[in-house]
Design a protein around this ligand. Structure first.
Ligand code: GDP
Ligand code: MN
Length: 391
């Protein structure tokens, strides 16, 4: 789960990371009020969306007058902001973070991620921040410093100092960097985060280290024990289809093709998508009904897939281990009748109670297309698509 920049900054500040003073605004009037409240003669108006790359897309603006703050807020609020990290629809801007402008002397990069290879939290840092980590990895890979943290020991003081030195910091900045590294590590670990990123971490004109931007993501499987984090969720920033599916315990990822896929298990889902592409089709989504799917769950899966108007065929591909083919088959039949389906549906069942499942499908009398193998199912789904109308 992602959160907004201002929320990440509030969290990191609680752990001891220095951040600029700022305030939240939901309207242009409030933005100007916040700026007046902060004082000074420079403010940064920052669109709060769950994506980076805002600066290059006009979502971060340095303003020199209250008038400019109001104008910028008017322009940004209600906008769909498209950045390099969003899709073509962009993300809607309904809140702004108004910050006292800071003078930048240097920009660094600092990130905390989970390194699956070592099964440890890894720090990634660079003396050249302010650009996306992916671009940095391409343009200046030698500048990247990596360090893994032993969970039994935590982030050791000497490690933090070593990292600070390797970034070219000196004097009081070493101590500041150690404080920031330890704070981020504790926030990451104590709150079940999966990512903390400060880009840029700046050195101000006065030589102070300050987090000018902040990003945090959290492990959704741990949210049950982090109610204060769960409360930061902003559904408006999520794909409505994905959040609706999530509410029903289904994992849904929206794609751009026209073959709706109802599958159990992420591995089988990915294999099925490959097979669809190989057969010349494009998946509309990736819907994982998981293990132990009841008929009701299968019906919900159909309803979820059908909310996408681009779907013209549905492919059900189940390899039942924990699941039962007869339950899935009952769900398919029930969904077909309840929803009043008119689209072609291809069903491929394998595993537990497959004979019973296939019997239910056969005896339903519904025009369901059955398939034996994954390749067969993909080919039949592609073939069942209605012919495209000439443009
Ligand atoms: P992102 O583009 O979504 O990652 O948004 P950031 O919060 O990182 O802002 C983008 C860029 O705006 C930063 O890399 C800075 O160069 C610039 N910026 C943000 N805040 C300030 C500020 O207070 N003063 C100055 N001079 N530049 C800023
Ligand atoms: Mn940034």
């Amino acid at each position: 789960m992602d959160i907004h920049e201002h929320q990440a900054k509030e969290i990191l500040a609680r752990f001891g990371v220095p951040v600029p003073r700022g305030g939240l605004a939901w309207s242009p009037e409030q933005a100007a009020y916040r700026a007046r409240e902060l004082g000074g003669d420079g403010w940064v108006v920052k669109a709060q969306i769950h994506a980076g790359g805002r600066g290059a897309a006009g979502g971060v603006k340095l303003c020199r007058s209250l008038h400019d703050v109001t104008d910028t807020a008017t322009r940004l609020l209600g906008q769909q902001l498209v950045t390099k990290q969003t899709d073509a629809q962009g993300k809607s801007v309904s809140r702004l973070w108004i910050e006292a402008a800071t003078e930048i002397a240097r920009e660094l990069y600092l990130g905390f991620v989970l390194d699956r290879k070592t099964e440890r939290i890894m720090i990634v840092a660079s003396a050249h921040g302010g650009i996306e980590i992916e671009d940095l990895a391409e343009s200046d890979p030698d500048s990247l410093r990596r360090m893994t943290i032993d969970p039994a020991v935590g982030l050791a003081e000497y490690q933090a100092r070593e990292l600070a030195f390797s970034l070219g910091l000196a004097g009081p900045q070493i101590g500041q960097m150690v404080t920031i590294l330890k704070a981020c590590y504790r926030a990451y670990r104590d709150l079940d985060a999966t990512m903390v990123e400060i880009n840029p971490l700046i050195i101000t004109a006065h030589g102070e280290l300050v987090a000018l931007d902040a990003k945090m993501s959290f492990d959704t499987n741990a949210l049950f024990r982090r109610p204060e984090i769960a409360g930061l969720r902003d559904r408006e920033q999520e794909d409505p289809r994905e959040s609706a599916a999530g509410d029903h315990g289904l994992a849904y990822v929206g794609l751009t093709g026209d073959i709706g896929c109802i599958i159990n298990g992420a591995g089988l889902a990915m294999a099925s998508m490959d097979m669809i592409k190989l057969a010349g089709g494009e998946p509309a989504n990736f819907l994982d009904i998981g293990g132990g799917a009841s008929p009701e769950r299968v019906v919900r899966a159909f309803r979820t897939v059908l909310t996408d108007p681009g779907v013209s065929v549905i492919l059900v591909n189940i390899f039942a281990g924990i699941n039962r083919c007869d339950w899935v088959a009952e769900g398919v039949v029930q969904a077909y009748r309840e929803v009043g389906l008119t689209l072609p549906v291809v069903v491929r069942l394998a595993g537990t109670n497959v004979e019973e499942g296939n019997r239910i499908i056969r005896e339903s009398g519904l025009p369901l297309i059955t398939a034996d193998t994954l390749a067969d199912a993909a080919a039949k789904a592609v073939a069942a698509r209605p012919p495209r109308l000439a443009a």
